[in-house]
Design a protein around this ligand. Structure first.
Ligand SMILES: *Cc1c(COP(=O)(O)O)cnc(C)c1O
Length: 693
């Protein structure tokens, strides 16, 4: 019995909670449903390019024929109808049914079916419409299909690679929505979606894949999947995503659009719907989305044109509720990466190798190639630091760390048995001040290690002086490269400067494994690190321990995440660089903000995008003001220097590190994360300009 059968057998639909557990909050459920749809649809964010456009002279409303292409995959035809008179207009993206043609939907030819000319009708009611033709009947010669539905053949082909026709069509519709929203004739924030029959499935999925709420009117597509596809045989399999019933049925998908305005029409004489099934599906939708309108209409497999126009007139009267806030940060796994991770995790679970296995080894090999030095995967950046300092042998001696760094830099030294002292930042950069370092080395005879930190992903130009000074005194350098995976100075990668180096794969870092870290070193140091991370165990077979380490291993499940993410490092760096360069140009328009100079020869990974506030600006008040504008700043690096952290404050009460104090109180970090859009960046810069002028 499959799990779905078992659920039915018990009288539960596949998405009912396990008996006895509390019903999850509907909003949480909706988010889960949307995530499942995103996973199964496996849609990329693509953009449309206009290949050609042709206006129809003298037509009223105005008619424009578009031929789009997106990333060379397929061409997409569309017709835009613009009401007469001056815009901008509220707009509707029209996703037509399987057998509809552009000409009939847009009224260029007389309708061949009641309600077919929905785009013409909506434009007559005052909406700009863009109608898509997915071109299912044009992608293959009929002779090659042997009478099969081209949609079935295409869907079958796409499924071989984990995709689906519905996913591909929703991708088209999503790209068309982006294009439409940016069109100068379209009123900002006033865009809705209409779909009929198969087009309703496309419109529904396109809406589920978006963050902003979009009004949806769906006609003649209502029921439960098993009845529609399995029993009535009136629907092709490609109106549903593969495996969808493991997560949700059609009514749950509609309900998951809440609170966006939703109208669902169905014909009481529609031969393709089961009337009882449609009715109960409608009730189930309303129980999860209480403003949804379910309209049974006296029609066949058709559209109630007046009802649709009325719905959009009401739901597009105002711009959609405020766009979501620009978040401070975001973890960057697109749906392809998530699917790759699931495969690796499944492989690990099936094999039973759950720690110190082949995925960890692959992660190390990939990291070694990126960094240009051997690496050992460990449980965290903090454990990488502690292992490195134990290998150097700092117990009972002094370790020098920057006054401005994360607590873990110093705490790892303390845990390794050292006493820490701090060194100020350089006056005009983010690195360690060589003057301050010389003074600290003079003040302590017993310095075992110095730990420079590449704050914000910037490898300081003063690092050479720090290294030379340590070399002269015979003091080991352990790099804290937690921020700096992928950064370099004069072509040399961060993590290759010190005797050992530590990287963090914590979720806020450039590349993450959930929790995890990497230690980079050479030869005997690297072998010792691998030994220490596994309790100093002599070998896999023997229970003999000849060194005191700890459980600093990385699990195979974490390695699966880290490996998949690290394989995308080049893309991640390219995207961050493009975002940073756009900020560089745009902040020229915000003269109150200055940027710390990036040292010559440093290629930063742009882990943080820093700016310095003018003297006297209250950072907390500024952040609050930006938050009211829907903009969240990223966390500082750092807002409290270590000598002011409660754990150290008493010992360092008499000390001051003026450069670190000035920097920690004056800088801000602009949001910069994978998937950030130009519109979000513009919003950040606008909010900053307003707040600082
Ligand atoms: C994140 C971080 C660490 C610690 O890494 P974890 O993986 O969280 O243990 C150490 N130093 C710096 C500078 C960091 O940013």
């Amino acid at each position: 019995m499959t799990s779905i059968d078992r659920f039915h057998h018990l009288g539960h639909s596949p998405v009912d909670p396990v008996p006895g557990s509390p019903a999850p909050d509907q909003a949480v459920r909706n988010v889960q449903v949307r995530r499942a749809v995103a996973r199964l649809a496996a849609v990329r964010r693509v953009s449309l390019r206009v290949r050609s456009t042709r206006g129809q002279e003298g037509a009223e409303p105005r008619v424009d024929h578009y031929l789009f292409e997106h990333e060379g995959r397929r061409e997409l035809r569309a017709v835009m109808l613009t009401p007469p008179g001056p815009g901008p207009w509220p707009a509707v993206l029209v996703c037509a049914g399987r057998n509809a043609t552009l000409e009939r939907v847009t009224g260029l030819l007389p309708p061949d079916h009641p309600g077919r000319d929905v785009a013409a009708h909506l434009t007559g009611a005052g909406f700009l419409t863009l109608t898509l033709d997915h071109g299912l009947d044009r992608w293959a010669e009929p002779a090659t299909l042997g009478g099969r539905d081209p949609g079935d053949v295409l869907d079958g082909t796409l499924r071989l690679r984990g995709g689906s026709l519905l996913g591909a069509l929703a991708e088209d519709a999503g790209a068309a929505l982006d294009w439409l929203r940016a069109h100068p004739d379209v009123a900002p924030g006033r865009v809705g979606l209409f779909g009929h029959s198969m087009g309703a499935a496309v419109a529904l999925h396109a809406a589920l894949l978006r963050e902003e709420p979009l009004p949806l009117c769906a006609a003649s597509h209502l029921g439960t999947y098993e009845t529609m596809i399995g029993r009535s045989l009136a629907w092709n399999q490609y109106v549903a995503l593969p495996s969808i019933l493991r997560h949700a049925d059609l009514p749950d998908l509609y309900a998951a659009l809440a609170p966006a305005p939703l109208q669902i029409q169905y014909g009481t004489a529609d031969g393709r719907l089961d009337p009882g099934d449609a009715k109960t599906a409608g009730e189930r939708i309303v129980s999860g989305h209480d403003t949804a309108e379910i309209l049974p209409l006296p029609m066949g497999h058709s559209t109630g044109l007046a009802e649709a126009a009325d719905f959009f007139t009401r739901s597009l009267a105002e711009p959609a509720a405020a766009t979501p806030d620009v978040p401070a940060a975001r973890v960057g796994f697109d749906v392809r990466a998530r699917l790759d991770i699931l495969d690796l995790v499944d492989d690990a679970l099936a094999s039973g190798a759950l720690t110190l296995g082949p995925r960890g080894t692959r992660l190390e090999a990939l990291a070694s190639r990126e960094i240009g030095r051997g690496t050992a995967a460990v449980s965290s950046g903090s454990s990488a630091l502690e292992i490195a300092l134990r290998i150097v042998g700092v117990e009972g001696r002094t370790v020098l760390v920057p006054a401005n760094t994360f607590f873990a830099t110093a705490a790892s030294a303390v845990r390794a048995g050292a006493r820490v002292d701090f060194v100020d930042m350089e006056p005009d950069g983010l690195g360690m001040d060589p003057e301050g370092l010389r003074a600290a080395l003079a003040a302590h005879e017993d310095v075992a290690a110095v730990v420079p930190v590449h704050i914000a992903g910037v490898v300081s130009g003063s690092l050479a002086e720090v290294l030379a000074e340590c070399d002269r005194r015979g003091v080991a350098v352990v790099e804290d490269a937690a921020h700096a995976l992928g950064s370099s100075l004069h072509g040399r990668q961060a993590g290759t400067f010190g005797r050992l180096a530590a990287f963090s794969l914590y979720p806020t870092k450039i590349i993450t494994s959930g929790e995890g870290g990497l230690l980079s070193a050479d030869g005997a140091d690297l072998r010792r690190a691998a030994h220490l991370r596994d309790h100093g165990k002599r070998s896999f077979e023997e229970n003999l321990h000849d060194d005191l380490g700890s459980n600093w291993r990385m699990s195979e499940l974490h390695a699966a995440v880290g490996l998949t993410h690290l394989a995308r490092l080049a893309e991640v760096l390219a995207e961050r660089t493009a975002l940073a360069e756009w900020y560089d140009e745009s902040l020229a328009g915000v003269p109150a903000l200055t940027r710390p100079a990036v040292p010559a020869g440093c290629a930063s990974n742009h882990y943080k995008y820093l700016a310095l506030l003018p003297e006297g600006v209250d950072r907390a008040a500024l952040k609050q003001r930006l938050r009211a504008e829907g903009v969240r700043l990223a966390g500082e690096v750092y807002d409290v220097p270590l000598h002011r952290q409660p754990y150290f404050a008493r010992r360092f009460a008499e000390r001051s590190f003026p450069h670190a104090e000035a920097f920690t109180s004056r800088h801000i970090c602009l949001p910069l994360f994978p998937g950030m859009t130009r519109a979000q960046q513009e919003r950040v810069v606008r909010a900053l300009r307003d707040a600082l002028s």
